[in-house]
Design a protein around this ligand. Structure first.
Ligand SMILES: [Zn+2]
Length: 333
């Protein structure tokens, strides 16, 4: 019987996920030294996004090696997500964004609007700057007082950038971009993006590139006031909480040699909740008596299922460990 202590979920060990290199017109041909991935030089292989937890990403170790991540959620939702999850689908899409050119100016719908158009969920996201050049900028939100007519005129005349709230971005910054926020990623930084698992983007303005725009839906989705902006870190003794909002929590974890997973309770129920461990720098080993050790290479990610056995994280040198956990909206009583 689901939920009964008499039927505990079988354990599911942490596993590695292979990155999926997604081509984008605004991306780079060569991602080294971040990822050992260089294009073939045929002109159609600029990589802009490295998907770390996409449904199409392949599992790289453990019992489900070779399967797609989305299939693992479908096969063992409770072991992956725990018993509190509102849906059996993968909740978060984590990516690394490599912008050689400006991305489009865009907006994402919230859950309500996405569902109106037949999508499972909207997209609230956040960006953590893994690196940033001097003077790097992003745009999050509209300047105060901008009107819908000004937005429309900006789209038509190619002057929309003037209406955007521009933020300088430095390495280590966290920027929150809730659904409805008009936003743009510009070159100069490498961003770890955590978002609701949705691919719904409404492009408002694309610098004349021949990609489709979605002006009317973007105007329906946009909100003039949002909570977007820089998020101050919450520095604790054993971790730094970079962001903790309704859909996700992102933290930098202090490991200092080695650390037991039991010292890292997640935001969900005490019994366990899905999380991901990402090596922003350096490498780590995850080991336990219950599974073969796995090694987290620089910029690799491991899924820690809700039903993971306890394990130890060991710093193999220079480790900067980021943990990403989904959060569930509070259930109505
Ligand atoms: Zn976006």
């Amino acid at each position: 019987m689901p939920g009964s202590p008499a039927s505990p979920t079988r354990e599911l060990a942490p596993f590695l996920i292979d990155p999926l290199f997604v081509s984008r017109v605004w991306g780079y041909k060569d991602l080294r030294p971040w990822y050992d991935h260089a294009g073939r030089g045929d002109g159609h292989d600029s990589i802009g996004e490295v998907w770390l937890t996409g449904d199409e990403c392949r599992v790289a170790s453990g019992a489900y090696a070779g399967r797609k991540l989305g299939e693992v959620f479908a096969a063992v939702p409770e072991a992956m997500l725990g018993r509190e999850a509102p849906s059996a689908q993968s909740p978060l899409l984590v990516k690394v964004i490599f912008a050689r050119e400006k991305l489009s100016v865009q907006v994402h719908p919230d859950d309500c609007m996405a569902q109106k158009y037949g999508e499972p969920r909207g997209k609230t996201e956040c960006w953590y700057a893994l690196s940033a050049d001097e003077g790097a900028q992003v745009a999050a939100g509209l300047r105060p007082g901008v009107t819908v007519d000004e937005v429309r005129a900006g789209i038509e005349r190619g002057t929309l950038e003037q209406s955007l709230n521009v933020l300088p971005v430095r390495r280590g910054d966290m920027v929150f971009v809730d659904a409805g926020t008009v936003h743009a990623i510009w070159p100069g930084s490498i961003l770890l993006e955590t978002q609701q698992n949705s691919d719904t983007t409404y492009r408002m303005y694309d610098y004349g590139r021949p990609r489709e725009l979605h002006v009317e839906k973007s105007l329906e989705a946009l909100r003039f006031e949002t909570r977007a902006g820089l998020v101050p870190p919450q520095v604790l003794e054993d971790r730094t909480i970079l962001i903790d909002v309704e859909y996700f929590r992102v933290e930098r974890i202090v490991v200092k040699g080695s650390r037991a997973s039991a010292t890292l309770p997640g935001p969900g129920e005490a019994r366990g909740c899905l999380s991901y461990l990402f090596a922003a720098a350096g490498s780590a080993r995850l080991s336990s008596g219950g599974f073969d050790p796995i090694e987290l290479a620089p910029r690799a990610i491991a899924a820690i299922p809700a039903a993971s056995p306890a394990f130890t994280i060991e710093d193999l040198g220079g480790l900067d460990l980021v943990r990403i956990s989904p959060r569930w909206p509070q259930k109505a009583l």
